[in-house]
Design a protein around this ligand. Structure first.
Ligand code: 26Y
Length: 826
């Protein structure tokens, strides 16, 4: 039967091939006769990109034509990973491309492997933004991302002599996915002074002038949805000097150095992603990044709104802006400034528009991650914004005083300005006051923010403003793309791939739970994924691991609160236990491969010490002849999105073992379970809801609960004499301090943080229960058939954790937007 092709389709593999060859020979000016895999990647990417552009233009035209309300997702991080594979799968041309490339002599997997990750993020917050873009497009919502086009993404991690070494990640060499918009340029000012001017009608106006100007240039990235022509836009800003090139007067006068310096100063703003995850450093350049990006984005949004010739009142009916954590909180101040200083709206009218526009998502309760900017710094860099922050605070506090007369303490507690030395601006408070909804990212986390860090704001605003929207992950990347075999098996059982758009359909798998062949196929796929990972481990570390072992994986940023140290202490305990066994006893032990991956912030010394201990333990354990295959300890270098796609499908269990109340949600927990791995975890973040959904037989939970944490910390703090350590943990520390894993001095500070330093993350309190949970894992893993049953049951009940569900909740509860599908050709 004949039908018109979708904009993104090819007429067949021949047409695809022709397009690849055309791009290799003309766009790249290379010959097909000596085309290598990188050339094939480039050609394939360009061929597909041509199709995306058509759908992308259609979508944007449709959205402009319908004049629909749009959401703008402001995030300093978009951890996109690779694009080619994802885009081929989303628009449904992967098989065509596979066949076409095959005939040209290339394996599609090798071609896909040529692509550099777009690593413009640190961890969970940045990857969540990327999953949200996929869901927005797939659900046909008009939604744009706005971020920074860093020249260097998160650093590449090398492990040299067991230590982390940071190497710059220059990712822009050849990037077929970005479109420079040299016509979309915004001037951004810093520094300068504010002058008051009396108008003819007697009102006073503030004029901010005399500062330094840099330019923001837009770069656009198409975001295709799955099984839809809708293609959204991600717009990233790049900085450059306002004069275009550099100061030619200085240049011609022979002052080359200062001309170049000026150019570099401007380019520095978007040069590098700050590599801190959940730790605020408060650096001036970071504040410059934030204002640069926020100001450029708002000007762009306003320019688009103005084309509709609507009155300002209607701005919040056409525009929703979501703040991904407090990093873009200055957008609140910037919009207020534009509305009063430039558009001449009254303060009150402007503020009404502002608060109806913004929503704020909180991602952390860790005190060290809550952004504060020093007042003198803000004053210096953005003098007019500092005045407006004072105004916002004044009017807010007046309102509080009116509602709670005489409550001086409450005023102190909710003031945006903290009376520290020097004073500082609490960005979370600004974000709450300037938004109409504040959300946490998992039930437990949302409860915690309502009852701890933001409780005084619940008193002031009431409870309705503070909602929960539990995180989710995109099943397109994290099941279909990362685990094609499992995705195909599920399609076969469910009679189609609709589960990729409605993940709750996974529960249909329960009907097949007792099917012996299905269980076998299921476990064979897990095994094949473990073989794939074992092969990678062999190639990159020279260590052979047995894929029949239990694969135990912890991959995430290295942080004390995530407790990789507890995992490695548990591994040392296992090692000591195995060593103490007689050879015939050892034969009964379950062989295990413990796999770690993750980056430490370059300045986070304790996190680097944890990496050093993991590699040191691996060095000893991996070549201990008594142990053999019973225990291997692997650190995978440079964990990133594309590696996650290979690692996650290979887990039997994965670790999500943060101190209760510290991990806001976690999202890799969802990815692992969706791929048939079980989790060992604390009662923290989204673990709670995962276990609720899949049933507690399908998970290994342990440890103290969040509500006991403050009291336990208090006890550690005031304990005299120091509490005696649990026997197992003491044996672990003794082994380390004896030098079993090399120089003990390296690891003393880590041990001391637990024995002397108050054990803030409660490793000693949870250790025994962690070990017990691990023993239960060993015990249950022996029965492969019931393990298969648990694995299938867990996947079947994961439907809730699709980021599609998450995005629908944002759309309905915060943004008030509707889907606007691009009409399909008939
Ligand atoms: C202030 C600055 C240095 C800073 C930079 C990055 C502060 C925080 C962050 C990143 C935070 C982050 O990634 N949070 C994670 O967000 C995920 C998505 O909601 C959660 O799943 C995860 O628990 C949380 O740690």
């Amino acid at each position: 039967t004949w039908r018109k092709l979708a904009a993104t389709e090819f007429k067949g593999k021949e047409e695809f091939q022709r397009e690849v060859v055309r791009h290799v020979e003309t766009t790249l000016a290379r010959s097909m006769y000596n085309c290598d895999e990188l050339g094939a990647y480039s050609g394939a990417a360009l061929a597909l990109r041509d199709r995306l552009v058509i759908a992308w233009n259609k979508t944007q035209q449709q959205h402009t034509f319908v004049d629909s309300k749009r959401v703008y997702y402001l995030s300093l991080e978009f951890l996109m990973g690779r694009t080619l594979d994802n885009a081929m799968l989303n628009v449904g041309v992967k098989q065509t491309a596979r066949d076409g490339l095959d005939e040209l002599g290339f394996r599609i997997e090798d071609v896909i492997d040529q692509e550099h990750d777009a690593a413009l993020g640190n961890g969970g917050l940045g990857r969540l933004a990327a999953c949200f873009l996929d869901s927005l497009a797939t659900l046909n919502y008009p939604g744009w991302g706005y971020g920074l086009r860093y020249r260097y993404g998160i650093f590449k991690q090398e492990i040299i002599d067991g230590h982390q070494v940071e190497v710059p990640d220059y990712w822009l060499d050849f990037n077929p996915w970005e479109f420079p918009r040299h016509d979309i340029v915004v001037d951004i000012m810093f520094y300068g002074y504010v002058r008051k001017q009396i108008e003819e009608d007697g009102t006073t106006r503030s004029i901010w002038e005399g500062g330094e100007v840099v330019q923001a240039v837009a770069y656009d990235y198409p975001i295709p949805g799955f099984d839809t022509e809708n293609t959204n836009n991600l717009r990233l800003w790049s900085s450059r000097p306002a004069s275009g090139e550099f100061d030619f007067q200085k240049f011609n006068a022979g002052d080359y150095e200062s001309a170049v310096r000026e150019q570099q100063r401007a380019e520095t703003i978007s040069a590098v992603l700050y590599p801190n995850d959940n730790i605020d450093a408060g650096k001036e350049l970071r504040l410059k990044q934030q204002y640069f990006w926020v100001s450029a984005s708002l000007h762009d949004i306003i320019r688009r709104f103005k084309k509709t010739h609507r009155p300002w009142d209607q701005f919040p009916e056409r525009v929703a802006i979501q703040l991904n954590d407090t990093h873009p909180a200055l957008a609140i101040v910037e919009l207020q400034r534009i509305l009063i200083d430039i558009e001449h709206l009254s303060y009150d009218k402007a503020w009404g528009i502002v608060t109806r526009t913004f929503g704020y998502t909180n991602h952390t309760v860790l005190p060290e991650a809550l952004e504060k900017w020093s007042v003198p710094l803000m004053q210096h860099l953005l003098p007019r914004h500092m005045q407006i922050i004072y105004d916002i605070n004044l009017f807010f506090l007046q309102g509080v005083e009116k509602k709670f007369p005489g409550d001086r303490e409450l005023l102190m507690k909710v003031s945006i300005i903290e009376e520290s030395q020097p004073q500082s601006i609490r960005m979370a408070f600004l974000a709450i006051i300037g938004s109409h909804k504040v959300n946490g990212v998992a039930e437990l986390h949302s409860d915690l923010i309502r009852t701890t860090i933001f409780k005084d704001f619940v008193t002031v605003f009431g409870t309705d403003k503070f909602i929960n929207i539990t995180n989710g992950v995109t099943p397109r990347r994290w099941l279909h793309q990362a685990n094609p075999k499992l995705s195909d098996l599920i399609s076969e059982k469910l009679g189609g791939d609709s589960f990729l758009k409605d993940l709750t359909l996974l529960d249909g798998l329960l009907e097949h739970l007792d099917d012996k062949q299905f269980r076998k196929d299921w476990m064979d796929i897990k095994y094949a994924n473990k073989v794939r990972l074992a092969k990678y481990i062999k190639e990159t570390t020279q260590i052979a691991v047995n894929p029949a072992s239990l694969f135990d994986i912890q991959v995430k940023r290295i942080h004390e609160y995530k407790r990789q140290q507890m995992n490695i202490f548990g591994i040392i305990h296992r090692y000591l236990t195995l060593k103490a066994m007689k050879p015939e006893q050892r034969k009964k032990a379950v062989p295990r491969v413990s796999i770690f991956g993750g980056k430490a912030a370059p300045g986070y010394w304790m996190a680097k010490t944890i990496i050093r201990l993991i590699t040191a333990v691996g060095d000893v354990v991996n070549c201990d002849k008594d142990i053999g295959d019973l225990l291997k300890v692997i650190f995978i270098e440079d964990y990133n999105v594309s590696k996650a796609e290979m690692i996650i499908p290979a887990s039997d269990i994965s670790e999500h073992i943060s101190t209760a109340g510290t991990e806001a949600s976690g999202t890799s927990n969802m990815k692992f379970v969706l791929n048939g791995g079980l989790i060992i975890g604390t009662v923290d973040g989204a673990n709670v809801e995962i276990v609720e959904q899949i049933g507690d037989e399908q998970a290994f939970t342990f440890g103290h609960l969040a509500h006991s944490v403050p009291e336990l910390r208090h006890q550690h703090h005031f304990a005299k004499p120091k509490p005696v350590l649990d026997k197992c943990l003491k044996a672990v520390f003794d082994a380390i301090l004896k030098g079993t894993f090399g120089t003990p001095e390296l690891f003393e500070p880590l041990i001391n943080s637990i024995t002397e330093g108050g054990d803030y993350y409660l490793v000693s309190d949870d250790f025994q229960s962690y070990i017990d949970a691990q023993s239960l894992v060993d015990e249950l893993y022996v029965d492969k058939d019931s393990w298969a049953e648990r694995s299938i049951t867990a996947v079947a009940k994961m439907g809730f954790f699709s980021s599609d569900r998450t995005i629908v909740e944002y759309a309905e509860q915060i943004w008030n937007i509707e889907p606007v599908p691009v009409p399909r050709q008939k």
